[in-house]
Design a protein around this ligand. Structure first.
Ligand code: KG4
Ligand code: ZN
Length: 340
């Protein structure tokens, strides 16, 4: 085998157009991210059709930019990795079709990648020495999972949300508070000014011994609190609401993560996904893992958001285990973790 493998990786599952150039699994030569947030903000959320159209407009330019930053040419590329699910079908298809065309033209393998695995693998980029097994809390706009990462490509899902994902709850509560889209970062910021003990929102732990989550109750709790105050014409302290909502979500996430890590018998805990950027969640897990004797890993902010470097990292390990796509590979909007 050639000593170094260079991957061109593409990510277009939602509202970020991203292209990375990776050397082997963990060295980022370029990781260009173009975010469409400004475009979707005025609609209050991601508009799938608009997302696809913007991916089409941007993708070639982002590829050129990534090659230039990495100081490589198409001749240096050994494989093309691309997200093929989960995500918005029209958005996924832009990246997948581009990747197919590039792999075909360059006569190199195409490696289709699961986006959620990408979020987990962001930790491998951040920590070059990190190896499985570990327990990973994956929290994004569409997913909340407790994953026992037993090996590369070998996962046990210990728990998942039964209704809203954590990021979805953040976004919906932010909308109720009139903070706009995307709500997660706005609540994160506002909560820093508030008192997390001002209002007690219920913590939903579900049945004893389950690692599943439910966030729709707390979301309704905030909604009812706000509506009732508005009806009574009482003033709303938005920072206190944001901080109290966040405290309730974080209590449940951290408690279940530690319990699951203990059950899995691992000594390492990792955090992944868009909500992994949340400052209070990061701090809570730093503290709790420290107290409970777990080593804690979390990606830098750039690697928490959707980005192609994490996709290139998965592509490398998938490539080594023989996974290949071809011109018939299709987008799978509801792809699950561990599905290939
Ligand atoms: O992983 P991601 O970029 O997209 C999906 O794969 O879903 O996650 C986006 C989600 C959104 O719900 C956003 O509000 C949330 O991550 N998010 C945050 C923060 N930054 C992004 N939630 C809480 N605090 C943050 N700082
Ligand atoms: Zn994501």
């Amino acid at each position: 085998m050639k000593k170094n493998l260079i991957t061109l990786a593409i990510e277009t599952s939602c509202d970020e157009t991203s292209v990375a150039i990776m050397k082997n699994g963990r060295t980022v030569l370029a990781n260009v991210i173009y975010s469409q947030i400004d475009i979707h903000e005025k609609f209050g959320g991601v508009v799938p059709e608009v997302a696809s159209r913007n991916h089409v407009e941007k993708i070639s330019q982002i590829i050129d930019q990534a090659l230039e930053e990495a100081q490589v040419t198409f001749d240096d590329i050994d494989m093309v990795g691309t997200t093929y699910g989960p995500g918005l079908v029209g958005a996924l298809l832009v990246g997948l079709s581009t990747a197919k065309a590039l792999a075909y033209a360059m006569e190199v393998p195409l490696v289709p990648v699961n986006h959620i695995e990408g979020h987990i693998f962001a930790n491998f980029i951040e920590y070059p020495d990190l190896e499985p097994p570990f327990l990973c809390l994956v929290v994004s706009g569409g997913h909340t999972h407790l994953v026992h990462v037993m090996d590369y490509g070998n996962y046990e899902i210990m728990g998942k949300t039964r209704d809203d994902a954590a990021g979805e709850a953040y976004d919906k509560v932010a909308r109720t508070l009139g903070l706009g889209y995307p709500g997660g970062p706005k609540i994160d910021k506002m909560a820093r000014e508030g008192n997390p003990e001002a209002i007690h929102f219920t913590r939903t732990y579900l049945e004893k011994d389950t690692f599943d989550f439910s966030f729709s109750g707390i979301k309704s709790g905030v909604l009812n609190y706000v509506n009732s105050a508005r009806q009574k014409k009482e003033p709303l302290n938005l920072p206190d609401i944001a901080a109290s909502f966040q405290a309730s979500v974080i209590d449940v996430l951290t408690t279940k993560t530690i319990d699951a890590a203990r059950k899995a018998g691992v000594d390492k805990v990792a955090l992944a996904g868009g909500v992994a950027a949340n400052s209070a969640l990061r701090q809570a897990l730093v503290d709790k893992c420290g107290q409970e004797g777990f080593e804690f890993f979390y990606p830098s902010l750039k690697l928490c958001t959707d980005n192609a470097a994490m996709i290139g990292c998965v592509a490398y390990y998938d490539y080594l285990s023989g996974i290949r796509g071809d011109l018939n590979t299709n987008a799978v909007p509801n792809l699950k973790i561990g599905d290939k």
